[in-house]
Design a protein around this ligand. Structure first.
Ligand code: ADP
Ligand code: MG
Length: 329
C-alpha cells in the first residue's frame, strides 16, 4: 500500500489562511458526512466555523441530528460551530422579488408601460435560475465575513465548476449591460431639454453586483483562501467523476485541495473467515486503489474506512474526523 504524502491535517497546517473549503464528488460518496467532520475539526482548532449546504436536497439537519434550517444556527455539542441549510424556496422567492423590483425600476426609468410581471416570469422560469440564486446566497455568506472558516457541502449535480463558471458569465453579462446602460443614459441626456442628470438605479445595481461577483471570484480562485476536496470511493464511476472535475478545476484556475478516498474496507478488521463476496470486494477495491494512486498520486489526503454504521450525529462525525485527520505514516 502506498503512503499519503501530505495528509489532510498537514495540508491545513500548510494553509493557515484557508477560509473556504468545499467538498465535491458523485452523489452518495460521503461529501456531506466529510464536510461535517471537517467543520467539527476546524471548530476544534478554535476557528469560528460555518458548515453550509447549498444543496437543494437537504441533509445537514439529518447529519447533525438537530434543525439548522433557514438560518445559521449554533450546533449543540460543538463550540464555535454553526450550521446552515440554505432554504432554497426562500432564496428563490427573494431573488424573484429583487428581479421584479429591478425590472420595475427599469420600466419606469425607460418610460415603458408594460407590466413587469411578464419579464419576471421569463427571467425566472429558466432552469439555471435556482442554481444562480443559490450561488448568490453563497456569495452573500462569503462576503459577510462573519466566520473564520466556511465549509460548503455543494450539490452533486450543480457542480461547483459550473457555479464558478457562472461568476465569469455574470461579469461578462454585467459588462455588456453596463455598456448599453451608459449608452442609453448618454442618449437620454442628449435628448432631454433639461440638463439635469438622472440617477440610474439599474446602473448602480449592476456596478455593485459586478463588484461583488469579482470579489467572490477573486477569493474562490485564491489558493491561500480556497480549497476544493474531491471525495471518491475505490470504485470506477466515482473515480471517473472526480477525474473530470479536477480537470475542469485546473482549467478554471480553481484551487484543488486534494482527494479523499472514502469507505475503504478495513481488511485488518475482518479476521480469518471472510466470505467470498467480501473477499471479492476487497480485491476490487485494491484494483481501484491502484488507479487512485496512479492518477492522483500526491494529492491523496486521507483514506477513510467504511464504518459499520452511517455517519450521523456528532459522535459519529467525530469518529469519521479522526480517520479523516489521521496523521500519515
Ligand atoms: N465512511 C463511511 N462509512 C459508513 N457510512 C458512510 C461513510 N461515509 C458516508 N457514509 C454514509 O453514506 C451515505 C452517503 O453519505 P453522504 O455524506 O450523504 O454522501 P453525499 O453527500 O456525497 O451524497 C450516508 O448515509 C452516510 O452516513
Ligand atoms: Mg450530500
Amino acid at each position: 500500500m502506498r503512503e499519503i504524502t501530505t495528509s489532510m491535517a498537514q495540508f491545513f497546517r500548510e494553509h493557515l489562511a484557508l477560509k473556504y473549503v468545499f467538498f465535491g464528488g458523485k452523489g452518495g460518496v460521503g461529501k456531506t458526512a466529510l464536510a461535517g467532520a471537517t467543520a467539527i475539526w476546524f471548530a476544534g482548532q478554535g476557528k469560528r466555523t460555518l458548515l453550509a449546504s447549498t444543496n437543494p436536497v437537504h441533509s445537514l439537519s439529518g447529519l447533525l441530528e438537530q434543525s439548522v434550517f433557514g438560518a445559521p444556527t449554533p450546533v449543540k455539542g460543538v463550540d464555535l460551530l454553526s450550521a446552515y441549510e440554505i432554504d432554497t424556496r426562500e432564496t428563490i422567492e427573494r431573488s424573484k422579488k429583487e428581479i421584479r423590483e429591478k425590472i420595475q425600476w427599469f420600466l419606469k426609468f425607460a418610460d415603458i408601460s408594460t407590466k413587469a410581471e411578464d419579464f419576471v416570469e421569463s427571467a425566472t422560469m429558466n432552469p439555471a435560475f435556482e442554481e444562480s440564486a443559490m450561488f448568490e446566497n453563497m456569495v452573500d455568506l462569503m462576503l459577510k465575513d462573519e466566520y473564520d472558516v466556511y465549509v460548503f457541502d455543494t450539490a452533486p449535480t450543480a457542480n461547483a465548476r459550473r457555479l464558478l463558471g457562472m461568476s465569469k458569465v455574470y461579469s461578462l453579462w454585467v459588462d455588456k449591460m453596463l455598456k448599453s446602460r451608459e449608452e442609453a443614459r448618454t442618449l437620454r441626456e442628449m435628448l432631454s431639454f433639461t440638463k439635469k442628470k438622472e440617477e440610474d438605479p439599474l446602473l448602480a445595481y449592476l456596478l455593485q453586483f459586478r463588484q461583488r461577483m469579482g470579489q467572490a471570484r477573486e477569493r474562490l480562485t485564491n489558493a491561500e483562501k480556497t480549497a476544493f476536496f474531491f471525495v471518491t470511493l475505490p470504485e470506477a464511476l466515482p473515480i471517473a467523476v472526480i477525474t473530470r472535475f479536477i480537470g475542469w478545476f485546473h482549467e478554471f484556475g480553481i484551487p484543488v485541495g486534494g482527494v479523499v478516498v472514502n469507505m475503504l474496507l478495513d481488511r485488518q478488521a475482518l479476521g480469518e473467515k471472510v466470505p467470498d463476496f467480501v473477499r471479492n470486494r476487497i480485491q476490487m477495491q485494491d484494483e481501484h486503489m491502484k488507479t487512485i494512486w496512479e492518477k492522483f498520486d500526491r494529492s491523496v489526503r486521507a483514506i477513510v474506512p467504511l464504518f459499520d454504521q452511517e455517519v450521523r450525529g456528532i459522535e459519529m462525525l467525530r469518529q469519521a474526523g479522526k480517520a479523516l485527520f489521521a496523521e500519515s505514516g
